[in-house]
Design a protein around this ligand. Structure first.
Ligand code: NAD
Ligand code: GLY
Length: 361
């Protein structure tokens, strides 16, 4: 077993599972075997990731009856229509309820494979093998799965926890810089939610992270996963505090849907969304101007946008924000900040502060 591997646990009672983090893990059969219960394994990947890593994953699984489904690459394919290809592959191969699905790719593949696993024959096992920074620090952990609808991001889905997460940090070597930055948005998010010490560390180490320093990346991935695992363990189905993980997402999802899926990367939209949440918190008097500035500077240093696209007028932005899973009885709830490292879920804000934030673009 790789000596530099770290293992964290998502503590969910009898559904607890490990997150393995370290270099050179994708071909390590010992990591998969205890988490595969039947003999049938379906690997789901996409046209970009499969040529890079599929052979290595398959080399670790020679004891199983293997099948594969390779999907087109892109957020615009995270749809019910493309999801059907996974079900078709499972049925054509006569896979039964003891099969295991393996998601090899970024958050799009992870979310789609997880949802296929949640729904195929009312639920089968799956393993997450995340290959983007964003999926290693966020989407592979916590069991949110699903697809987009043309009218709303991630609107169709289910909670379905994986058997384990294998986060091979070596796979990040082939990740484009723009995608690395997108992942850093979710990393910054954890500092802003409830980990001010991590936020300070990120301010000191953002240059090293952008330069892909292995030690800095390993620390950031582990800390992010630990922060997320703690929130998920306390509130798996988002009846309360888990909604904090959506900091920047109500604004961000509006950007993604409004611009057309795939135009802005999810992490870019979240980055601008976090800056909008910070600006609004500043308008409410909850953050100082200096704190808002610190957040913008860190997001900028990660190579991310601090402003939303000008193409979405404020009225349209508000319409898009109304299609959000945090809306309850028609009331918009937002994740805002009372301090750096102290985010809150609130429906008790001056609507003028929201309007001013949108019209300030
Ligand atoms: P992605 O899955 O589209 O991957 C980004 C790009 O990188 C793709 O082109 C992909 O093919 C490519 N890629 C992946 N791994 C690579 C590698 N190692 N080398 C080279 N290229 C590689 O995007 P993402 O940023 O990973 O994930 C975004 C998605 O995750 C969104 O759909 C978002 O809604 C979802 N998400 C889900 C959760 C959750 O809790 N389930 C959390 C955050 C985000
Ligand atoms: N990314 C939000 C969540 O997992 O809850």
């Amino acid at each position: 077993m790789a000596s530099s591997m770290r293992t964290l646990t998502v503590d969910l009672g009898d559904r607890s599972y490990p997150i393995f983090i370290g270099p050179d893990l994708v071909a390590n059969s010992a990591l998969y075997q205890p988490h595969i219960h039947g003999r049938q394994v379906m690997i789901v990947s996409n046209e970009t990731v499969a040529p890079l890593y599929l052979d290595r994953v398959e080399s670790a699984l020679t004891d199983y009856r293997l099948a594969r489904v390779i999907l087109p690459d892109g957020e615009q394919y995270k749809s019910l229509e493309i999801l059907d290809r996974i079900y078709t592959g499972l049925l054509q191969n006569r896979f039964d309820r003891r099969c295991t699905l393996i998601a090899l790719g970024g958050g799009v593949i992870g979310d789609m494979t997880g949802y296929a696993a949640a729904s195929y024959q009312r639920g089968v096992n799956f393993i997450q093998v995340p290959t983007t920074l964003l999926s290693q620090v966020d989407s592979s952990v916590g069991g949110k799965t699903g697809v987009n609808h043309p009218l709303g991001k991630n609107m169709i889905g289910a909670f379905h926890q994986p058997q384990c997460v294998i986060a091979d940090t070596s796979t990040l070597d082939t990740l484009p810089d723009r995608e690395l930055s997108a992942g850093l948005a979710e990393v910054i998010k954890y500092g802003l939610i409830n980990d001010p010490e991590f936020f300070d560390w990120l301010e000191q180490n953002m240059t090293a992270l952008v330069a892909r320093d292995p030690a800095a990346l390993a620390f950031a991935i582990e800390r992010s996963c630990a922060d997320k695992a703690a929130v998920v363990a306390a509130d798996e189905r988002e009846s309360g505090q888990r909604a904090l993980l959506n900091l920047g997402h109500t604004f961000g999802h509006a950007i993604e849907t409004g611009m057309g899926y795939g135009s802005w990367l999810h992490g870019e939209a979240v980055a601008a969304g976090m800056c909008m949440a910070a600006a609004m918190s500043g308008r409410l008097g909850w953050l100082s101007g200096q704190q808002v500035e610190r957040i913008d500077r860190l997001v900028e240093a990660a190579g991310l946008p601090v402003h939303p696209p000008r193409e979405i007028p404020a009225e349209r932005f508000l319409e898009l924000m109304a299609v959000d899973k945090k809306v309850m009885d028609g009331q918009l709830r937002l994740v805002l900040m009372r301090d750096i490292g102290q985010s809150v879920i609130s429906d008790d804000f001056d609507p003028q502060a929201l309007k001013q934030t949108l019209y300030a673009v």
